[in-house]
Write a protein that binds this ligand. Structure first.
Ligand SMILES: C[S@@+](CC[C@H](N)C(=O)[O-])C[C@H]1O[C@@H](n2cnc3c(N)ncnc32)[C@H](O)[C@@H]1O
Length: 339
């Protein structure tokens, strides 16, 4: 096998679309091997050329990418300290001593290591060799490690080049008491990834709101919510005077003459193009400073043409400020729209 220069991660179901994004960004890139589910090693172009291209035009389906500067074959189980030492010695020179760093390790199934142990031991090893401060919350540079049964791959990059602040783009949230739906994680992840700041006591429209997970999150952030859905909301929202539930379709509400909003979110289970047309119809009711978020549902064999058509419709009223298949998206992508 050739030596990899980068490792990328995407949802396994979106492999074709993610690999097409690699080919578009760097036609010379070769994706050589699937290391694990949704993780591929690639070569033939430097990591930096791919990362630069994606800074200009971020991919939708590639969730995370990291460089490989060191490939250590693993023929036997190594002592964690030895492994950390080997990675530290080789990669310390890549670390900028002025920039806070963090170590992110992914251990693929059947490899006998624990990510936490490797992170701790490698961070110690780097700190012994450089003066760089460790900052796991807001690192400027990341030492990424992927360990399979056969090899350990490691590389250092600026955090912004990885496309996600989380190892492999796996943004996990803890379940909360009172959580209404798993869909809540999608909204939390989108607000964070697209850095959407909600105005104090903003006015939000939630299209396709039932059973009410997104509405609950918006209420936690002190938004007044108009929740539109013919289906019922969870009883925990019934008493909340700052939630107005309209048991209508979005189309019916649009005909009634909606209010004006700071934020429109749309998680409707609807054909992507129909959903986009509805978003365009609601655009006059979004304040100029506002934002919109929508999930775009994709059929099993999603074609780029469907996504392009959906974008074309939306662009009649919006700028597409962000588009990504989030860690919590299944057969869908999430868009951040600005009027
Ligand atoms: C995936 S669920 C939304 C989950 C919600 N975001 C949550 O966090 O609980 C999709 C919802 O879209 C609603 N829906 C589908 N078509 C709609 C339409 N034309 N107008 C309004 N709601 C619609 C469905 O009734 C369903 O409740």
């Amino acid at each position: 096998m050739k030596t990899p220069t980068f490792i990328l991660t995407a949802a396994a179901d979106s492999a074709d679309l993610a690999l097409a994004e690699v080919a578009k960004a760097q036609p010379a890139a070769e994706v050589m091997e699937m290391l694990g589910e949704g993780i591929w090693a690639g070569t033939a172009v430097p990591f930096s050329s791919l990362a630069d291209a994606w800074q200009q035009q971020p991919p939708i389906f590639v969730r995370h990418v990291c460089p490989v500067h060191l490939t250590l074959p693993l023929t036997e189980t190594l002592d964690v300290r030895w492994l950390a030492e080997a990675i530290g010695v080789d990669l310390a020179a890549w670390i900028d001593p002025q920039t806070p760093f963090s170590v992110q390790t992914r251990v693929l199934p059947n490899a006998p290591y624990k990510p936490y142990d490797i992170n701790t031991a490698v961070a110690q090893s780097i700190q012994q060799m450089t003066a760089a401060p460790l900052d796991v919350r807001a690192p400027g540079q990341i030492l990424s490690i992927v360990i399979t049964q056969r090899a350990a791959y490691a590389g250092v990059s600026l955090a912004v080049y990885n496309l996600s602040d989380w190892a492999g783009g796996m943004r996990r949230f803890a379940r909360e008491p009172g959580q209404i739906s798993r869909a809540e994680f999608k909204l939390l992840e989108a607000l964070e990834l697209f850095r959407i700041a909600l105005p104090p006591r903003g006015i939000a429209l939630d299209l396709g709101a039932a059973p009410g997970g997104w509405t609950r999150i918006l209420r936690q952030r002190e938004q007044y919510v108009t929740a539109v859905d013919p289906a019922a909301l969870h009883p925990s929202l019934h008493q909340d005077k700052r939630v107005r539930h309209l048991r209508l379709t979005a189309e019916m509400y649009r005909k009634q003459g909606p209010d004006h909003f700071d934020l429109i979110v749309n998680d409707m289970r609807l054909d992507a193009r129909d959903s986009a047309r509805l978003m365009v119809a609601f655009a006059p009711y979004l304040y100029a400073h506002g934002s919109a978020l929508m999930t775009v549902k994709l059929p099993a064999q999603a074609q780029p043409a469907l996504i392009e058509h959906t974008f074309d419709i939306l662009q009649h009223a919006y700028r597409i400020a962000g588009a990504r298949q989030l860690f919590h998206n299944r057969s869908e992508i999430t868009l951040h729209l600005k009027p």
